[in-house]
Design a protein. Sequence first.
Length: 212
Amino acid sequence: MAGRRGALIVLEGADRAGKSTQAKRLVEVLKERGYPAEGMRFPERTTEIGRLIGSYLEKKSNLEDHTVHLLFSANRWEQVPLIKEKLRSGVTLVVDRYAFSGVAFTSSKKNFSLHWCKQPDVGLPKPDLVLFLDISPEAAAKRGDFGNERYETSAFQQKVHKRYAELMEDRSLNWKVIDAAQTMEEVHSAIRQLSEDIIQEAKDQPIGKLWL
Ligand code: 2DT
Ligand code: MG
């Protein structure tokens, strides 16, 4: 029916929680079940801003901490016209990281408040569902070593986990915590069910604004 929009579904969580694998699988299965769906990820490293971020994460360049925070946010804003267009055309978007990663990571640095970190992303399209793939640092470590990118240390990841917990206290967002220590199939079926439910709920509602 005309006018029915797709849902904005975000996956968040620590490294090794399985976000990218689950995002990909969710898109495939939604499509099989007849829901138009596409994946998206942040940072989106292929744009000009994304290349600056990629080089920073790979430690090929250094950027001042506020500056890189704003670049991550700008990297989302530059996709907003596309996000709105897709949702309005009925496509459900499954997004691997969003503003919550932005806030959780930067606010884990010294002298950054949660409040300051949220501001650049205020007004972004609001996710209809935020799936937090929760895994203990110990269980994550069993899945293999961290990589060599910036932020990939267990000390930093533990701070990030605490910041996510603070963000999840915000009841104006539809957070769902998934135990990511379950098998891949169990995690998948949990998020598929929640996603199918939210697609039904969101389809007749306007797109919301984040943190407004
Ligand atoms: P991936 O490993 O998922 O590519 O993430 N990050 C991400 C931020 O610091 N701010 C942000 O706004 C976003 C979206 C999390 C690369 C790293 O970038 C961090 C891990
Ligand atoms: Mg990574």
